[in-house]
Design a protein around this ligand. Structure first.
Ligand SMILES: [Zn+2]
Length: 191
């Protein structure tokens, strides 16, 4: 009985004062490798921006109203409506590399890396379904504005949520969930 009361109290206290009726989605950066203090500061600014945007009414509206070719849906949407995609993202329940609980935390393990000379300098970063780790191109990170870093973090995280896009730069790729949601974050972050 006592334990339940204490847990309830802790749970109540952990909710930020600005929380609305639904629980906010926050970022949890578990690890950040190869970051200097200055780069880590920039990462923290991007984290703040992501949390501000993703919990905003403007973000919700942009996701719910997103359309491709005159239809209100994302490309490669895994059979989900815009509302279902929004609701899923807000749970923070990653699918890869393994299914996590709806804990309202976006989980991140980050590594800054320098691409090899034969790899594209244009790649902002990458991840895959077998690992928690998201690689961010160091030269992109250094020259990017905070809202562009926020875009990149969200893009890679949306992959963890189970959404994919064309490998090649097709005309529909910008309307895939990782790209489109990333662009929404970038654009709202530039205002
Ligand atoms: Zn991607």
């Amino acid at each position: 009985m006592k334990i339940i009361q204490i847990l309830t109290l802790l749970f109540t206290m952990s909710a930020p004062v600005w929380a609305q009726s639904s629980q906010p989605l926050l970022m949890n950066i578990h690890t950040a490798e190869n970051f200097t203090d200055q780069q880590y500061d920039k990462l923290m600014q991007a984290k703040q921006l992501v949390e501000l945007i993703i919990n905003s009414a403007a973000f919700k509206s942009r996701v719910l109203n997103f359309s491709y070719n005159g239809t209100q849906e994302f490309v490669q949407n895994n059979g989900m409506s815009n509302q279902q995609i929004y609701d899923l993202l807000m749970t923070g329940a990653e699918m890869f590399p393994q299914q996590t609980a709806s804990d309202h935390f976006m989980d991140f393990d980050l590594v800054l890396y320098k691409p090899k000379w034969y790899q594209s300098k244009k790649v902002l970063g990458y991840t895959d379904q077998s690992t928690n780790v998201i690689h961010i191109n160091k030269s992109f990170f250094n020259q990017a504005s905070v809202n562009e870093i926020a875009m990149n973090l969200v893009h890679e995280w949306v992959h963890k949520m189970g959404f994919d896009h064309d490998f090649k730069n097709t005309s529909r790729r910008p309307s895939s969930v990782p790209y489109a949601v990333g662009y929404i974050v970038r654009d709202l972050g530039s205002m």
